[in-house]
Design a protein around this ligand. Structure first.
Ligand code: SF4
Length: 74
């Protein structure tokens, strides 16, 4: 199981994650980023393109990680 965490406070609304989303896992509605981690996105990729690490991945194997953390691997 993979869970996605999104930190609205550090998000700069660049919309890179929205543009990268293929299955509406990340959408932009009413000036807010909406994450639906039940969608079969390439979450590793979406997490990696965020310029401020506002999106993190959690799973049982690795715990929390984002592209700035040492444990992050593509
Ligand atoms: S890529 Fe990161 S900073 Fe850009 S809109 Fe998505 S969450 Fe926000």
């Amino acid at each position: 199981m993979t869970k996605i965490f999104y930190d609205e406070k550090i998000c700069v609304r660049c919309l890179a994650c929205v543009n990268e989303s293929e299955f509406d896992g990340v959408t932009y509605e009413r000036e807010r980023i909406i994450i639906d981690d039940t969608k079969p996105e390439d979450w590793e990729n979406i997490c990696a393109i965020c310029p401020v690490a506002a999106i993190s991945i959690w799973n049982w194997e690795f715990g929390i990680r984002n592209y700035k953390s040492e444990s992050y691997k593509l």
